[in-house]
Ligand binder design. Structure first.
Ligand code: ZN
Length: 324
């Protein structure tokens, strides 16, 4: 994490009134100039925990806990200083993007090239979905009830059957072969022959929270439901599965507004619910739910509803997720 400058930290404090923030966790009662509650940091019967709106601090006369709004969130949520800053910045709509990672110039250019390559792939796959070779994929999506608006919103596409659709297009655009391999979109045989990882699949692009395309989930079209239905991009310099939630770049505002997030298992579940008006929704992406995922969600909503399959595997996953 890059260093967040002092003036931004001040701005975050100023934009998060301590009474608002504390009362989103515990209920406060006004007495005189200050607000009072039973202390959340020690056991007590009478209220000795006070919050001062004029000084923007809290103090407990019982256990001595005290500090500003950032200290409160850190202590209450048991999170680190940078995590508390991010949470409060999100709450106030302050962007910390430029401080989030301190990338070297070289890393920056690799990330932006990877985004560009994924953009190229998305455009290619979307075009293919609308072409004659995408017919079976289109029919499948229609059968599952998805309309054009949903498919366009999430930029769903189709990876053609050929071994080199993306490879050829990327080389023509002068993308470096090493970059193609590190993106995971192109793989290499033992004999060093390069080919597209995703072929004859419905393609679900995965975006980071800022809306940069970072990976794909590809669903098989044909045949046996026995094998794995999905193939996902591998971990790459821009695709960290434990920190990416599918759909979040589109749903974050609705999640914040409703203070509630619906968590579903798959891309398809998400699209169907989205289309039916449930836009405060996310899905895991190529991995099980992680504590990092839970932390990200907590920044946006205090309530999470798990909508997993009714089958045994789904219920087990739901129990596991609920425990995080
Ligand atoms: Zn106390």
């Amino acid at each position: 994490m890059g260093r967040i400058p002092e003036h931004v930290i001040e701005q975050i404090k100023e934009s998060n009134d301590i009474v608002d923030v504390v009362s989103s966790y515990i209920s406060l009662t006004r007495k005189g100039q200050n607000y009072w509650a039973r202390c959340p940091f020690h056991q007590e019967k009478t209220a000795s925990f006070s919050v001062s709106p004029s000084k923007q601090i809290y103090h407990c006369f019982g256990c001595g806990a005290g500090g500003n709004v950032i200290n409160f969130v850190m202590t209450y949520e048991k999170i680190t200083f940078p995590e508390a800053l991010h949470s409060l910045a999100d709450r106030a709509g302050i962007s910390l993007e430029e401080y989030t990672y301190q990338l070297s110039e070289e890393e920056k250019s690799i990330s932006s090239q990877l985004y560009e390559l994924h953009r190229l792939a998305i455009d290619l796959y979307r075009k293919a979905l609308k072409s004659p070779e995408g017919k079976t994929a289109r029919e499948y999506l229609i059968k599952r009830g998805l309309d054009d608006e949903t498919l366009n919103t999430f930029e769903i596409g189709y990876a053609p059957e050929a071994w080199d659709t993306l490879l050829k297009a990327a080389l023509m655009k002068k993308f470096d072969e090493k970059l193609l391999i590190s993106s995971g979109l192109v793989t290499e045989s033992e004999r060093k022959k390069k080919y597209d990882r995703f072929r004859n699949r419905i393609m679900f692009p995965v975006f980071d929270i800022r809306g940069n395309p970072v990976g794909f989930g590809g669903r098989v079209l044909t045949g046996d439901d026995q094998g794995a239905k999905y193939l996902n991009s591998p971990e790459t310099p821009v695709y960290h599965k434990s920190r990416i939630l599918y759909g979040l770049h589109k749903s974050r505002d609705a999640i914040r507004k409703t203070d509630k997030v619906l968590i579903v298992e798959g891309y398809m579940d998400l699209l169907q619910l989205w289309q039916n008006g449930f836009t405060n929704i996310i899905a895991g992406s190529g991995t099980a739910f992680t504590p990092d995922h839970a932390r990200i969600i907590k920044r946006f909503a205090s309530k999470a509803v798990l909508c997993y399959d009714g089958d045994e595997a789904g219920q087990k996953a739901a129990v596991k997720t609920g425990l995080i």
